[in-house]
Design a protein around this ligand. Structure first.
Ligand code: DAH
Length: 345
């Protein structure tokens, strides 16, 4: 029995070595490995052996089977390789064939929108300052005059990452970047600053056409020795004109814990041109941003002496800017990754 199996294996491998076409390979498989093939037949003889002989014969039969199966697989691979080489030799590559066109990509509308904003603010002397997206409770809230349990926290539904004393969270707005910019660029409160701080913010919101859990904001910060509310109004009005053309703007009293006084800026509705429509809720104006004079305590937290230095700040949601411009009705389109939307920009 053992000799028979060894002989079978030698025969099978010897025959396999000469096979180079699919039909003969299949015949070989049926002949040796098939259900009624030589190996199966040899294995049935196991039953006729004595008890002592059986284990060794069974073991060898299994080994033979594995050896033949792996030789069969190796042969398939070798045949594929050979076919490839033959086709490369007999059908030379035609390098004059035109290539397949590669679809041209483009910037995501949120990105091109941000870049337009950078351009306007860059022209007005503001530099981009990138701040982190993962923040501490201290910088996101406390240093901006929002202590624990302050009711203003309700406005910023927060994703907390770690529930420790030094709570870690996804920034709910770009305003904590004000503190970081003052500390990094201010050189202990001795240097003026003019920066914009763009980037992704996160809030634990009920997702709807108007609110998503992630969105970009663009923050602005100007610190200097004689900055007044007139600078805030003039600069923001100039921005609105650059961005939206020659439209009326108006400032409204507002409240933010980190600015005093605070103001909301509206521009004449770009959909109805001030006549009144559903988008501007028939007021003729659209809210564009929040702003204000940097609170003295926030200046101190950034390393500045509020008796010598002052500044203004503002923050806007930038997807909203793009939505108004392109009349996009649902903020969820931005991160839905649907090409039918993205290809329109
Ligand atoms: N951080 C505010 C928000 O997310 C927006 C804001 C308001 C930023 C006033 C400012 C500011 O810098 O002065 O709602």
């Amino acid at each position: 029995m053992l000799d028979e199996l060894n002989q079978l294996k030698d025969d099978a491998l010897e025959q396999l070595a000469h096979i180079w076409d699919d039909a003969t390979l299949e015949e070989w498989r049926v002949k040796f490995l098939g259900r009624n093939g030589a190996l199966a037949e040899a294995m049935t003889k196991n039953g006729t052996l004595s008890k002592e002989e059986r284990p060794a014969a069974g073991k060898l039969a299994n080994e033979t089977k594995l050896a033949l199966e792996s030789a069969f697989q190796a042969k398939i691979g070798a045949m594929k390789q050979r076919a490839l080489f033959e086709s490369l030799e007999s059908e030379p590559l035609d390098v004059t064939l035109p290539g397949r066109p590669v679809k041209r990509g483009r910037l995501h509308p949120a990105t091109s929108n941000l870049r337009e904003l950078y351009r306007h603010w860059g022209d007005m002397g503001f530099q981009v300052f990138r701040s982190r997206e993962v923040e501490s409770d201290e910088t996101n809230f406390q240093l901006l005059n929002i202590p624990p349990h302050h009711p203003a926290r309700d406005n910023w539904s927060t994703f907390y990452i770690a529930d420790t004393n030094q709570r870690v969270l996804l920034r709910t707005h770009t305003s904590p970047g004000q503190i970081r910019a003052m500390r990094e660029l201010g050189q202990n409160g001795t240097q003026p600053i003019r920066v914009i701080l763009p980037g992704m913010c996160y809030r634990y919101e009920q997702v709807s056409a108007r609110y998503d859990i992630q969105f970009n904001q663009l923050e602005g910060l100007a610190i200097g020795r004689n900055i007044t509310f007139a600078d805030l109004k003039g600069t923001l009005t100039e921005f609105a004109h650059r961005m939206y053309g020659d439209r009326p703007v108006r400032f409204y009293g507002d409240h933010f814990p980190f600015t005093e006084p605070s103001a909301q800026m509206d521009v004449g509705c770009i959909i109805c041109d001030g006549a009144g429509c559903a988008i501007c809720k028939y007021t003729g104006y659209l809210e564009i941003l929040g702003s204000g004079m940097v609170h003295p305590q926030v200046l101190r937290n950034g390393g500045y002496d509020p008796n010598e230095w002052s500044g203004f700040a503002f923050g806007m949601g930038t997807e909203r800017v793009a939505m108004l411009k392109h009349r996009i009705e649902d903020i969820r389109y931005f991160w839905g990754n649907d090409l039918r939307f993205l290809e329109q920009f």
